[in-house]
Write a protein that binds this ligand. Structure first.
Ligand SMILES: Nc1ncnc2c1ncn2[C@@H]1O[C@H](COP(=O)(O)OP(=O)(O)OP(=O)(O)O)[C@@H](O)[C@H]1O
Ligand SMILES: [Mg+2]
Length: 269
């Protein structure tokens, strides 16, 4: 029997490292003994057919769901089972496949609120002198304006989030994540429903942020995008991690072709 390959090996300076992560929903093994690592400062993509377990894995890593088994290490901390705000404070944030902004607040208010949640608002109000609190607020406002500009959302600044289109809500969700000044962002199909021109601009922004040192783990179904922007690719199918490597290694991996096309490919070697 062939031993499963260890996709945590050969990844220098891992910022995220998951080991033997599993989650079952009734009879469905949504995530099944998944292990891999993500190198700091890279853009790594997580791909796999619909239902492969990618979103569930994101939920387990960011504390939105608890694993049945396994461990998650982020930046030297064991964060398994920690709450989403605790994990966000350590610098690991995520966006949602279905954007979850607060629909009755404006776009600008949504951004400010994301930063306040991050810092633990009540504690700051209680402990920090008012002038310092004000300067923090000012810094947050400036950051929010910058991000609105970056994601071409300035004209929607005072619009209620609930009135935005699906694609616009995804951009707000990404801007909210960036308000938390993360060191790593998990992106769950950030480009789905976003028009092609904006998709290109978004990709450029993501790559530029990566070049500044931010780490991304990207779930994306568009293989052209994945192959173009990723340094590494991790492939899931039916809850398992079935392959990991550079885009060209993964593209030629028979297990990946089989998972996507349902055909068995004979190895030439
Ligand atoms: N809360 C839940 N309760 C029951 N089953 C669930 C739940 N969440 C996910 N599943 C199941 O777990 C499996 C993995 O789902 P998941 O959403 O993680 O897949 P995915 O890889 O993100 O798929 P897609 O590419 O379509 O977004 C699916 O079979 C799904 O039906
Ligand atoms: Mg999903």
């Amino acid at each position: 029997m062939v031993e499963p390959r260890d996709h945590t090996r050969g990844v220098p300076d891992p910022i995220l490292h998951i080991e033997g992560l599993s989650k079952r929903f009734g009879g469905v093994r949504a995530v099944n003994n998944a292990s891999f690592a993500v190198q700091r400062g890279t853009l790594t993509s997580l791909i796999g057919p619909n239902g492969a377990g990618k979103t569930t894995l994101f939920n387990l890593v960011t504390g939105f769901d608890r694993p049945d088994k396994g461990r998650v290490h982020f930046d030297g901390h064991n964060i398994t089972g920690h709450s989403p705000p605790e994990i966000a404070r350590k610098g690991l944030v995520r966006t949602f496949q279905l954007a979850r902004d607060l629909s009755r607040l404006t776009v600008f208010e949504n951004l400010l609120l994301a930063a306040q949640h991050q810092k633990g608002e009540r504690l700051i109000v209680a402990l920090v002198p008012i002038p310092m609190w004000r300067s923090q607020e000012k810094a947050n406002s400036e950051r929010a304006e910058e991000l609105l500009e970056l994601f071409r959302l300035t004209h929607l600044r005072n619009e209620r989030a609930g009135n935005l289109s699906g694609g616009q809500r995804k951009l707000v969700d990404l801007a909210r994540a960036m308000m938390m000044r993360p060191s790593m962002v998990l992106l769950d199909e950030p480009m789905a429903g976003v028009n092609p021109t904006l998709t290109e601009q978004l990709l450029e922004r993501i790559v530029a942020l990566r070049d500044e040192g931010l780490t991304f783990l990207l779930v994306e179904h568009d293989m052209d995008v994945v192959m173009r922007v990723s340094e590494r690719v991790i492939v899931m199918a039916e809850g398992r991690v079935i392959a990991g490597g550079t885009p060209s290694e993964v593209r030629n991996d028979p297990a990946v072709i089989e998972a996507y096309l349902g055909v068995t490919v004979d190895r030439e070697d």
